[in-house]
Ligand binder design. Structure first.
Ligand SMILES: Nc1ncnc2c1ncn2[C@@H]1O[C@H](COP(=O)(O)OP(=O)(O)OP(=O)(O)O)[C@@H](O)[C@H]1O
Length: 258
């Protein structure tokens, strides 16, 4: 289990707390989505969990151990990260980028083995871009890069998958395919998934729990049916919102008379 306990964070030399007393837990097979307006602190929370920022109050623990004490290697073993943006310094092929996710298995002075290539191709197949494997990563679209990075995270075979706005460059079809794949993998491979999203409807469709942040604090935390509600989202996004309900889900949309 991943536990975030009373996490409070401010940048060095600044007085303003970007995150204040954040509390939530995430278990294997669960998808936790961090939802909230621009500037709410989603990426900062993500960076604290993934170890980019370590200088916080409170604790983040994985399987009982404090993650700020993890070595770089242990972090790579436990956390697979899909960042929002990634510019490789060289013109790697798509397959090579995915293979970098196997680094902790390959060893510093060795080359990838057949198993590593097989896993990389399997992951590319899973996210639907195996046909791009020999193309230069610098010459594919933003959405195709995002899919490549998701494949790279999958071959890492880490128990925690952290995705920062995984759908930001994806078309409608690929949003659904990628999030559905992540959901399937979470269940099949026992992964703990934490992601940030901007779309409450996608969050509702694909999450087990949603943590809503507003101004650095947890505004609400619960399963989609508890969180994706007119009264909560209107307070968080400060626009009038309407809902459509059926027995499976609540769909939210803006009331355009604003
Ligand atoms: N390096 C930094 N130094 C100081 N303040 C920062 C720094 N990076 C971000 N912030 C501030 O922290 C707050 C939270 O930013 P963060 O990027 O976590 O928000 P977010 O919810 O991910 O936003 P978005 O949805 O726009 O990506 C913002 O007010 C931002 O200005």
């Amino acid at each position: 289990m991943l536990e975030v306990k009373n996490l409070t964070f401010k940048h060095k030399g600044e007085n303003r707390e970007i995150l204040r007393e954040i509390i939530f837990t995430a278990s294997p097979k669960e998808i936790i989505t961090i939802l909230g307006p621009n500037g709410a602190g989603k990426s900062t929370l993500f960076k604290c969990i993934s170890g980019i920022w370590n200088d916080y109050e409170g604790e983040i623990r994985f399987q009982g151990e404090r993650v700020d004490k993890f070595s770089f290697e242990r972090r790579a073993k436990f956390f697979a990260i899909v960042p929002q943006e990634h510019e490789p310094p060289f013109s790697y092929s798509v397959l090579d980028v995915v293979l970098t996710g196997r680094a902790s298995y390959i060893g510093l002075f060795s080359s990838p083995k057949r198993e590593d290539y097989e896993k990389a191709e399997e992951a590319l197949e899973l996210v639907g871009i195996k046909h791009l494997k020999d193309k230069a990563y610098t010459k594919i679209s933003g959405g195709e890069r995002q899919l490549t990075l998701i494949a790279r995270a999958l071959v890492q075979e880490a128990p925690v998958l952290l995705l920062d706005e995984p759908t930001s460059h994806l078309d409608f079809r690929n949003q659904v395919i990628v999030l559905n794949t992540v959901k399937k993998l979470a269940k099949e491979k026992n992964l703990t998934v934490i992601m940030t999203l901007h779309d409450p409807n996608l969050a509702s469709l694909f999450s087990d729990k949603i943590v809503v942040l507003k101004k650095g604090k947890v505004f609400h935390n619960g399963c989609p049916s508890e969180v994706i509600k007119k009264e909560i989202l209107e307070k968080v996004y400060e626009i009038p919102i309407e809902t459509l309900n059926n027995e499976k889900l609540t769909f939210v949309y803006p009331n355009l008379e604003i």
